[in-house]
Design a protein around this ligand. Structure first.
Ligand code: 1Q0
Length: 212
């Protein structure tokens, strides 16, 4: 993956994360998120506190995947099964990964909730329903914000106001001129939606949607 953000690469990674049998592979899921971090970084230092948190969560997942129990972290489905069976899901000590008190399931749940925000936000941008700052805060209030304390909500609110207007924003996606970028965005939304829905059903089935 190149150093520069490309929306198409992000979509491709999330698309590739989906197997024929609708499993979600963790490596490609993480790769998709790495692409999003590049975009966050290119938006400027105001978004640094957000990208730091994402990077942190990705490195937890990468260390679990690269650890001795890594085979269990091939897919979200195998991760859930393994952590449930081993009593790790609530964040019991995981001496193997060095991520004490932090499970893969709870870590990924935070990214999963953020994916819903992204899906709503990108949907709004692609349909031109408002300016990026407005759509961003609307999507946030409909999704992630209910999981965040006041202090994070207000920091996020300040950051959203720094988002560029629509056309410069679309150009930052590196997906061609604005009309083309909108088309690519329109294609991204269903892919993110599918990954989101499969994860939501998996977590819901195992009662994992409120992991502390
Ligand atoms: C573009 C602006 C990005 C706005 C993202 C919305 C979320 C804002 C709030 C994030 C606060 C992050 C600070 C830390 C929060 C953690 O406490 C929280 C919970 O974790 P924990 O371990 O304390 O229980 N973490 C999270 O909730 C994770 C939040 C992840 C946010 C991921 C945002 C990903 C953004 C990607 C950039 C995409 C821009 C797309 C542009 C397309 C344009 C047309």
């Amino acid at each position: 993956m190149s150093e520069e953000f490309s929306l198409q690469e992000v979509i491709d990674s999330f698309r590739l994360s989906l197997s024929d049998s609708k499993e979600i592979f963790l490596d490609q899921y993480v790769e998709g998120w790495r692409g999003l971090v590049k975009l966050l970084n290119s938006l400027g230092s105001v978004f640094g506190f957000i990208s730091k948190d994402v990077v942190n969560k990705l490195s937890i997942l990468v260390s679990l995947r690269g650890g001795p129990e890594g085979a269990h972290y091939l897919s979200l489905q195998s991760m859930v099964q393994y952590e449930l069976q081993s009593g790790l899901v609530e964040g019991g000590d995981n001496p193997v990964s060095g991520t004490r008190g932090v499970s893969g399931c709870r870590t990924l749940l935070r990214l999963h909730r953020a994916l819903r925000w992204l899906q709503l936000f990108l949907g709004g941008v692609s349909r031109d329903e408002g300016t990026p700052p407005t759509l961003c805060s609307l999507a946030y209030s409909q999704s992630l914000s209910q999981h965040h304390p006041w202090v994070i909500r207000s920091a996020a609110g300040l950051a959203f106001r720094m988002l560029p207007p629509r056309d410069p924003f679309l150009r930052m996606l590196n997906a061609g001129e604005p009309p083309q970028a909108v088309e690519v965005l329109g294609g991204a939304v269903p892919v993110l939606g599918e990954v989101y829905t499969i994860t939501e059903e998996l977590y819901s089935k195992h009662d994992l949607l409120n992991l502390p």
